[in-house]
Design a protein around this ligand. Structure first.
Ligand SMILES: Cc1cc2nc3c(=O)[nH]c(=O)nc-3n(C[C@H](O)[C@H](O)[C@H](O)COP(=O)(O)O)c2cc1C
Length: 110
């Protein structure tokens, strides 16, 4: 399978620590983490030495402000190899008002 062509997605509730509640099948193809190893955790577990602090800060800002944005970030697989993906990050609003979740659609770029 050519995993670079897959889009993966993750969903996190808009609560303290944004613990993952859903990952798509392609998330495991991208990262090596099966759903049961991702669910309940903050996605910062994907980060490592080469992860860009500015990208992490952008996640913090989008979450705090309830905004959508594109973030490119270097992350790590279960086997320790690194990859770069572009995250299309969006808030999910209930009845167009209160933000209940955040969703990210992730495309592997390297
Ligand atoms: C929906 C969603 C998707 C996220 N995807 C990633 C990701 O793919 N890689 C990553 O390093 N951080 C990702 N994050 C960001 C981390 O979960 C976390 O918000 C970030 O590390 C900043 O928080 P911290 O101050 O606890 O480190 C995502 C967050 C949310 C809510």
């Amino acid at each position: 399978m050519d995993e670079t062509r897959l889009l993966s997605s993750v969903v996190c509730p808009a609560e303290s620590g944004t613990p993952v509640v859903f990952v798509s099948d392609a998330f495991e193809a991208h990262t090596g983490y099966p759903p049961h190893e991702a669910i309940g955790r903050n996605l910062s577990f994907l980060q490592g030495p080469e992860t860009e602090p500015l990208a992490v800060e952008k996640f913090r800002q989008l979450i705090a402000n309830g905004e959508a944005g594109l973030i490119q970030i270097t992350n790590y697989r279960t086997d320790g190899s690194l990859f770069v993906h572009e995250c299309d990050f969006r808030p999910v609003r209930y009845t167009n008002d209160k933000i209940t979740h955040f969703i990210a659609i992730q495309r592997l770029v390297a």
